[in-house]
Ligand binder design. Structure first.
Ligand code: NAP
Ligand code: GFB
Length: 332
C-alpha cells in the first residue's frame, strides 16, 4: 500500500509536546493499527506521534538509526520493526531472523539509551517461550527452556530484548520494556501466501479459491492451536503501556486461554467471513509447526481489568472485509 516513509499524528497540535513518540515499523500491521486507534481517540493529548517505515531508515544500519533519532528527537519509542514472517519463512531462514533482529534491536535500544529516550516499548512474540512447558505459559517462564525448533532464530533474538531491557534498567535505570504478543491479525497485514502468517495467507487463498472456483488448501493437519489478538486491541495495549506502564518486566498480550482455536476452527471462521462455499482440503504433507503456545493474560488484566477483546470471528470478519475492499492495494 502506498505510504510515505515518515508521517505524524497530531504533529501540528503543539510546538512543545510532552511526548514525541517514535513508532518503528509504523507501516506494518501493528503500526497501522496504533495509528488507527490514536486517530479515533476522543480529545487530543499533548503528544506527537511519528511513524516510520524502512524507507525512512534501515534499522539494521546503526548510522541510519542514529540519524533517524537525531531527526525525530523521540522522548519515547514503540519498537515494532523486525524481520517478520510465518512458520514456513522461519523454517528456511532461522539464521537471517536471528541476525537481522539482533542487529535491529541492539541498534534501537542502544541509540535510545544514548539519546536519552525516557521509555521504549518493544514488541516480542509468544513464539519465544519454551516449547516444553506447563500451561498456561506466563511471563516468568520466558527463559526456562528452548523455544520450538521451527523459529529458534526469531525466538532467541527476541528473548534477548528481554535480557537487554533488564540490563539497561539495572545499569542505567532505563524504562525499556516489552509487550509479548500472541499471533496478530487485522487490516494492513501482509497477505502474502508463501512466507507470511496463517490468517492473512488463508484469507488470500480463500479470496483466490472463491474467484477461481477451486478448493481451498489449508496447510498441515489443522490440529495445532493458536490464540489470536486483533491488531486494534494490541494497539490499545501498546498505547497504554507507552503512557502508563512504568516497569521493565514484559507483559503478554493475548486473549484468554478459552479463546484458543485449532487451525481447522480458524480456517472455518475465515471460510465463513469470506463467504467461501467451495471444498476445503488439508495438506498434511506441510508442517504443523509448534502444536500450541497457550499463554496467560493474567498480568495484563491485573493492569487493565475489564479489557474487552474483540471476538475472533468479529475481528476476522472486519479483516476479510478490509481485504476484499482493498485487494489491489493490500500487501500480498
Ligand atoms: P509487518 O506488518 O510485516 O511490518 C513490519 C514492519 O517492520 C514494517 O513497518 C517494515 O517496514 C518494518 N521493517 C522491517 N524491516 C525493517 C528494517 N530493516 N528497518 C526498518 N524497518 C523495518 O509486521 P507486524 O506484524 O506489524 O509486526 C510488528 C511487530 O510485531 C514485530 O516485531 C513482530 O515480530 C511482532 N509480532 C507480530 C506477530 C504477528 O502475528 N504478525 C505476532 C507477534 C509479534 P516496511 O513497511 O518499509 O517494510
Ligand atoms: O502464522 P503461522 O505461519 O505461524 O501459522 P505460527 C502456522 C500454522 O498454521 C501451522 C498452519 O500449523 C501451519 O500448518 N497453516 C495452515 C498455515 N495454512 C497455512 C497457511 O496458508 N499459511 C501459514 N503460514 N500457515 C508464528 C511465528 O508462528 O507465531 C511468527 O512464525 C510469530 O514469527 C507468531 O512469532 C506469533 O503461529 O506457527
Amino acid at each position: 500500500m502506498s505510504q510515505p516513509s515518515l508521517w505524524e499524528v497530531w504533529g501540528d497540535h503543539s510546538t512543545s509536546p510532552d511526548k514525541v513518540v517514535l513508532v518503528t515499523g509504523g507501516s506494518g500491521l501493528v503500526g497501522k493499527a496504533i495509528e488507527h486507534v490514536l486517530l479515533a481517540e476522543e480529545g487530543r493529548v499533548n503528544e506527537r506521534w511519528v511513524f516510520v517505515s524502512s524507507k525512512e531508515a534501515d534499522l539494521s544500519d546503526l548510522t541510519a538509526v542514529q540519524a533517524l533519532f537525531d531527526k525525530v528527537k523521540p522522548t519515547h519509542v514503540i519498537h515494532l520493526a523486525a524481520m517478520v514472517g510465518g512458520l514456513f519463512k522461519s523454517l528456511d531462514n532461522n539464521l537471517e531472523f536471528l541476525r537481522t533482529n539482533i542487529i535491529i534491536n541492539d541498534n534501537v535500544l542502544q541509540t535510545s539509551f544514548e539519546r536519552g529516550v525516557q521509555k521504549v516499548v518493544s514488541c516480542l512474540s509468544t513464539c519465544i517461550f519454551p516449547d516444553e512447558t506447563p500451561y498456561p505459559i506466563d511471563e516468568t517462564m520466558l527463559h526456562n527452556g528452548p523455544p520450538h525448533s521451527s523459529y529458534f532464530g526469531v525466538a532467541y533474538a527476541k528473548r534477548l530484548v528481554d535480557i537487554q531491557n533488564r540490563a539497561y534498567n539495572l545499569k542505567h535505570g532505563c524504562k525499556f520494556t516489552a509487550i509479548i504478543s500472541t499471533n496478530v491479525f487485522g487490516p494492513h497485514d501482509n497477505f502474502v501466501i508463501h512466507g507470511g502468517h496463517m490468517v492473512p495467507g488463508l484469507i488470500h487463498k480463500a479470496y483466490l479459491a472463491k474467484k477461481n472456483k477451486t478448493e481451498l488448501i489449508v496447510w498441515g493437519s489443522g490440529l495445532p492451536r493458536r490464540q489470536f489478538i486483533y491488531s486494534k486491541d494490541l494497539a490499545k495495549i501498546f498505547i497504554w503501556a507507552l503512557r502508563e506502564y512504568e516497569d521493565f518486566e514484559p507483559i503478554i498480550a493475548t486473549v484468554g486461554e478459552d479463546e484458543e482455536f485449532s487451525i481447522r476452527e480458524t480456517a472455518n471462521m475465515i471460510v465463513k467471513a469470506m463467504n467461501f462455499t467451495g471444498p476445503v482440503r488439508f495438506d498434511t504433507s506441510k508442517s504443523d509447526g509448534q502444536f500450541k503456545k497457550t499463554t496467560s493474560n493474567a498480568r495484563l488484566l491485573k493492569h487493565l481489568p475489564g479489557f474487552q477483546f474483540t471476538p475472533t470471528q468479529q475481528g476476522l470478519q472486519e479483516t476479510c472485509d478490509w481485504f476484499n475492499d482493498n485487494y489491489e492495494l493490500a500487501r500480498k
